[in-house]
Unconditional design. Structure first.
Length: 209
């Protein structure tokens, strides 16, 4: 008679369980901000969506402000890493500048940007949120600038325009994202993106091409 063996999966450590709980809470927070807006986002709703107890939520994030700002910062870091990986796997010979604009547009025109927008608007009149939102914005801008220098080393110190190219690009993309929210015509948005990709390809030196 054959005996069956049961493979037991290793039990997760307390640290792993804690990290999993935090990740679920942060993902649920972004979803709430995107779907419900800042005013409609509550810690009770977040905990329910994350499938964790109210006590567990309070243990990790005692206040709504701490939870929503941590969530946006967490997602920014995650999306930046995804951008780097996607950029690193582009085929040889492809127009890397145009590809970079397309990848950034996918980041700016999606749920992460809308969640960030909700926080920015709320922080304008909320003294508790404002310092943290300003700090996240500054850190994200520095990260974008550093990533640009790494991906396009030929642009470093070339001229004043290239020093501001990352900021200019994000200002343009965020403006288009706002226009999209307010009913801007898709064909015009696509045209502006195509125009900027063409100009950027000329202005930004790419030593890998």
């Amino acid at each position: 008679m054959k005996t069956s063996t049961v493979t037991r999966l290793p039990r997760r450590t307390q640290e792993e369980r804690s990290a999993s709980t935090r990740a679920r809470l942060l993902d649920a927070t972004i979803a709430c901000l995107f779907e419900l807006g800042y005013a409609g986002t509550t810690t009770t709703e977040i905990a329910e969506r994350a499938g964790v107890s109210r006590g567990a939520q309070l243990h990790h994030f005692p206040t709504k402000a701490e939870l929503v700002t941590t969530a946006v910062d967490y997602i920014f870091e995650k999306r930046t890493e995804e951008f780097r990986k996607a950029f690193a796997t582009l085929p040889v010979g492809v127009d890397r500048t145009a590809a970079a604009v397309d990848l950034l547009w996918s980041m700016v025109s999606g749920p992460t940007f809308y969640a960030w927008l909700e926080l920015v608007v709320a922080a304008r009149t909320d003294p508790e949120l404002r310092p943290t939102v300003e700090a996240i914005g500054k850190r994200f801008g520095e990260n974008v600038d550093r990533t640009f220098r790494e991906l396009f080393p030929g642009a470093a110190g070339s001229n004043a325009f290239l020093d501001l190219a990352p900021m200019f690009t994000f200002a343009l993309l965020q403006g288009l994202a706002l226009d999209k929210i307010s009913g801007g015509e898709e064909v015009k948005i696509v045209t502006v993106l195509s125009l900027w990709k063409g100009l950027a390809a000329i202005a930004i030196p790419d030593k890998t091409v």
